[in-house]
Design a protein around this ligand. Sequence first.
Ligand SMILES: Cc1ncc(COP(=O)(O)O)c(C=O)c1O
Length: 481
Amino acid sequence: MKQRESPLLQRISAQVKAGRARFHVPAHGGGAGLPPELRRALWRYAALDLTELPGLDDLHNPRGAIARAEQLAAELYGADGSFFLTGGASAGVLAMLLAALEPGQQVLVPRNAHGSVYHGLVLSGAAPCYLPVTQYGFVPLNVTAAQVRKGLDQNPKVRAVLLTSPGYHGVCAPLAEIAAVTRERGVLLLLDEAHGAHLPFHSSLPEHPGELADLRVQSWHKTLGALTPGAVLHRYGTRVCPERLRQALQWVQTSSPPYPLLLSLDAARRQMALNGSRRLGRVLARACRLRRALAGYLPLLERAQVKAQGFDLDITRLTVLTGEAGLSGAAAASALRAAGIDVEMAAPDHVLLVLGLGAGRRETAQVLRALRRLPLTGQIAAGAIPPPPLPLPVISPREAAFLPARRVTLEQSVGQVAAAPVTAFPPGIPVLAPGELVTEEVCRYLHTASRHGVSWRGFDSRGRLLVCEGVNKQCPGKDCS
Ligand SMILES: Cc1ncc(COP(=O)(O)O)c(C=O)c1O
C-alpha cells in the first residue's frame, strides 16, 4: 500500500546516518552550535534540521522526496495537487487569495474568517463583500447555503466565496449545498479548513465534501500529529491556475523550509492513512463520554442544537457555555488553570477545550473532575454583550492599509475608519476589519469584552488603535448583510 511509504523520513534518515560533515546552513551544524541550555532539549530535532542538499529535494521546485510526499498527501485527500506549507494555514490562506483573485475582484467572506484572510485581502487587493455569521452568544456558528446565495445575488460580480469550515469551535457549514450554489453560479469555492484536516477519517465526524472546493487549506498541526505550524494546501481542478498558485506560495513562504516540519507532515499523513480512523475513534469515544458525564452539570454547545440551525458540529471541540451557568469564561479558564489544565480559549461566556489526538484517558478524567468543580452560580453571567452588528465597510482593506494612519484612543476612533484589524486572539477573528467604520456599538463591545478578559491584537500598549487619515466617510462601500 502506497500510503505506508515515508519518502521524507527515508531520505532524511539516510542523510543523518551517513554522518556527513556539515559545511552548510543552518549554522548550528546539526546541534553542536546550539546555545548550551537548548542542546539537550533540541539535539535530535537539530540533527534533522537540514537544508536543500542533493537528495533532499526543494520545497519550491519539488522533484524527489518532497514531491512524492506531497503526491501521497494529494492521493489521501483526493486532490489534484497538494503543497506542504511551512507558514501554517495562514500562508495557505494568503497564497489562496493571491492565486485566485486579481486586484479589485470581489470575494464573499463570511465574518467568521481568520485574521489571515484580512491580511490576504490587503496583499491581493481583492475586494471583500462580508457576510454576517450566525452567533450563539460569543460563539460564531457559520453560514448557510441560503445566506451564500443571497450574498451572491446582491453581489453578482463576486468571483470567489471563501468559507471557514469548520470554524474555531468546530461548527461546519453545509458545504455540499454551498458548493452546489457556487458551481451553479460559476464562482470559485475557497475553503479555509484549518480546523478540519481530520474530518475525512471518521464517519462520526461532520461530512467534508472538501473536494468540491477549488482550493482547501488545512492546519495539520491543529488536528493531526504534525509539528506547529505544519499545514497543507490542496488544489482541485485547474480553475485556479496551478502555476500561479506555486508562485504565490513562494511569495508568502520562507526560502529555507524546516525539514523537521516537512518530515512531520509526511509522517502525519502516514499516521492518518494507516491509523486515522482508530485514533480518532478513541478521541471521539472520549469526547462522547465527557459530554455525557457533564450533562446536568454544565451546558455545552451540542450537535443537535447546531444542526437545528443548518450546521454540523465536530464534537471533539468542547464549547462549555459557562456563562449560562453563572461563570464567565475567563473565571472558568482560571479555575481550570489552577487545577493544572490549560484550555484553548476563554471568551466572555464560554471556554473552548480541544480534544486532540494526544488527549489521553488520564487528562480526560482530570478535566471532567475540574469542570464538575467549577464554582457555578446557576445564573446567567452578567455584563457580557454579544458582538456588534457588522461595521460598515468604507474602503477596501488594501486601501486602508496603505493610507496615512494615526493612533487614537478607542473613544476618539468612533466615526473613523480602521486602518488595521482589531482581533481577539484566540480565535483570531477580527471585530473590526481594515477599512471599516468604528461605531459606538463596536467601541462599547470592545470595552466590555476587554473587561471580560478578551485580549486583542490591534491596540498599542496605551490602548490606541490605528485609524486612516483623509477618508471620505460619506461614500461607504458595499455590505452584503
Ligand atoms: C480558521 C483559521 N484559519 C487559519 C488559521 C491560521 O492557522 P495557522 O495557525 O496554521 O497559521 C487559524 C488559526 O487559528 C484559524 O483558526
